[in-house]
Structure formats: C-alpha cells, structure tokens
Design a protein around this ligand. Structure first.
Ligand SMILES: [Zn+2]
Ligand SMILES: [Zn+2]
Length: 362
C-alpha cells in the first residue's frame, strides 16, 4: 500500500512562484517560465512572456486584449472549467473562483493527494462571472487580501443604491467613480444596470478595451460611451467610470463639478477614503471578506491551509481554531494588483490609452 505524499513534497514555493513539480508547471509565476497555469488576468497573476500558458478561454482572451497576442503566451491552451487534463504525472483541472470573468482555481492531484490553489476569489454573487465552486482538498492555498475580522463587505447593491441616490440628489454634477479596469468596472456597470439605470455610462479611455472584451465574451453592459468624446454639458448628471488614478487627476477637471467616488474593498477603511479625497466611498470588493474566507476554509475542509498573500496571520489563527494547520507562504509579487492599490498609486494613463497599456500597476 502506498502512502499519500504530502503536498509540500510536490507543490513547491520557488522564487518564480508555486511550482507543481510532477506536472512541470508554475501557477501564476511572477517571471516568464516555460509552462504556466494562470488563475486570472489581473496583472499580478498573469505576467507576459511565458512560453506555454494554460487558463480558461476567458482569461486567455482578456490577457490577449491587455498585453497583446504575442505576449500572452507563445502556446495558449484553453481548459474549460471542470475538464480534467493530465499534465506530466498530475491530474489538473480548473474551477470557477468568482473573482473576475474567467477567474479559476487550480485543482491538482498527484498519487492520491489533492491541492487546490484559489487564486483571488470571492463568494458573493457577481453578474459578470461564474460563482466560486468549493473543491474539497488536502491542502487549500488561499489568498487573504482582506484577512482581518474588521473586513466585512456590505452588500454591493446597497453601495450602488448610495451612488444612484447621490446622482438623484445632485443632478447638476457629474459622478466620477474610480474602479479598476478588469472586473470591478464591469461588475459595477452590471450592478448599476440591475438597479435600473438604462442611460449611457461614460468611460475613461483606459476602461473601454476590457469592457468590449467582456461583451464579446457574452457579458452585456448596455450603452457605453467614451467620456473624452462627450461635451461637458452632456456629462451633467452622468455617471463616468475611470481608473482610480484618474479621478483626482487633471483628467477629471473636464467634468461638471464632479462628485469623486471610489469602488474598492479598502473603502471600508474610512481614513483611506479621506486621505485620497474621495467624497463618496463605495465598499465594493472582488475579494473574499473575513467571513467568506473563514466559510471557504470550512467548505473545502482541507486539513492544511497555505496563505499566499495578504493578511495571513489572522486567517492562519482562524484555520487553527477550525482544527487545521496553517502556513504562510509569503509569496512575493502578488497583492500589488489593481484592487489592492489606491488613487495616486497607479500610473496615470492618457485618456486615449489602448487597452494594452493598462497592465502597469504600482
Ligand atoms: Zn485579482
Ligand atoms: Zn491578486
């Protein structure tokens, strides 16, 4: 009888990232590698220049839009969620992570031992992507961006209602909402549509590319128009979405007496909103909050939990209280993605920026 190998004997932390040795591939490596499995297209997880890239079809499509066809991987292989592939000696499959369109967890099995790498995830419903599916495993490798009990996200519908109330209250002003180009922007648009807003939504040039990609991939977003092409008078009473770096920038001066809003999980920290001059903070996050993280540990029921990045200490303690072993991987190079930075911390982009230029992060 064969004993099950412990996952730390075959899933290794190397400087380039998590390496599945018997499969011969990295997961979300931070430098170009021969074989990469990519959880989702955010810039800190999907880096350019890998030789072979395996991901969901949506992730590959968004990577091509953001970094260009040639930099998204010389060989690109799309794997539909739930379909099992044998890679080297490893059984490999993807399951939706509920974070942004195409985002997936990576499940791996070797000699009866199963590890699941979450990538970034959330558990709240999101009209723009498939919901997270828990996969029971021996080791669950999780993010912990909001891994502190203080982080409890409100319902996103309530936050969008605040925005629409403010638009009604100040019909002579323009509401400019800072949001990240991939995921947050499209989810926000979908939520605004669900709340009944059928007027045009205006976009900063840097947001258009990914929105078009979402629509091509089957996520309708309604009437979207470039904010730059609009006359100032047309933007009175309008909703304008822009990258967080642009809302307090010279770019926003073209708007009619703008109300500065920002949609981010970090808006839970009031001080951050104040420092950044945000008049209307909207607590909308694409990452699991504390309750979602703790619930997920129970759902996947892994005896061991590894934390890639974020606030690992509290989550490891919570895992231990559930009777699980916790381990901080302290992976470098993650957590500096769009969601996790704030206005002024992202490079400003020209209004006419092509989608390929928006991969830079602070
Ligand atoms: Zn992400
Ligand atoms: Zn991330």
């Amino acid at each position: 009888m064969q004993t099950m190998p412990h996952p730390d004997t075959w899933l290794k932390v190397l400087p380039a990232g998590l390496f599945c040795e018997p499969g011969g591939f990295f997961i979300d490596p931070v430098v170009p590698v021969e074989r990469a499995v990519i959880t989702h297209a955010h810039a800190d997880h999907a880096r350019p220049g890998h030789d072979a890239v395996l991901a969901s079809a949506e992730t590959l499509a968004i990577m091509r839009v953001r970094m260009g066809d040639d930099r998204a991987g010389r060989v690109q292989q799309a794997l539909p969620p739930g379909e099992v592939l044998t890679q080297g000696e490893v059984r490999l499959w993807l399951q939706p992570a509920g974070h942004v369109l195409g985002s997936c967890q990576v499940a791996m099995e070797w000699r009866g031992s199963r590890a699941v790498v979450s990538g970034d995830y959330k558990r709240r419903p999101d009209p723009t992507c498939q919901p997270f599916i828990p996969v029971p495993c021996d080791v669950f490798v999780t993010e912990a961006t909001f891994g502190l009990p203080v982080f409890r996200h409100p319902e996103p519908e309530e936050e969008v209602a605040k925005l629409l109330d403010s638009v009604r209250l100040f019909p002579e002003r323009t509401h400019v909402v800072g949001c990240y180009a991939l995921g947050k922007c499209q989810r926000l648009i979908a939520l605004i549509r669900e709340a009944g807003w059928d007027r045009p939504i205006h976009l900063h040039g840097a947001l258009m590319g990914v929105c078009r990609a979402y629509e091509t991939l089957g996520v309708p977003l309604g009437d979207l128009r470039p904010a730059t092409a609009a006359a100032k008078a047309d933007l009175v009473g309008a909703i304008v979405l822009a990258p967080p770096s642009a809302i307090a920038d010279r770019w926003a001066r073209r708007l009619a007496d703008p109300v500065t809003c920002l949609a981010s999980g970090w808006m839970r920290v009031r001080q951050r909103a104040r420092v950044k001059g945000v008049e209307l903070p909207l607590v909308i996050s694409d990452h699991a909050d504390w309750d979602e993280l703790c619930q997920t540990l129970q759902d996947v029921d892994a005896p061991e939990v590894w934390v890639t990045h974020g606030r690992e200490e509290a989550l490891i303690r919570a895992a231990e209280m559930q009777g699980r072993r916790g381990r901080a991987l302290r992976l470098l190079g993650y957590g500096d993605e769009e969601e996790e930075s704030l206005p002024g911390e992202l490079p400003a982009e020209p209004a006419s920026a092509p989608a390929a230029e928006e991969t830079g992060t602070a």
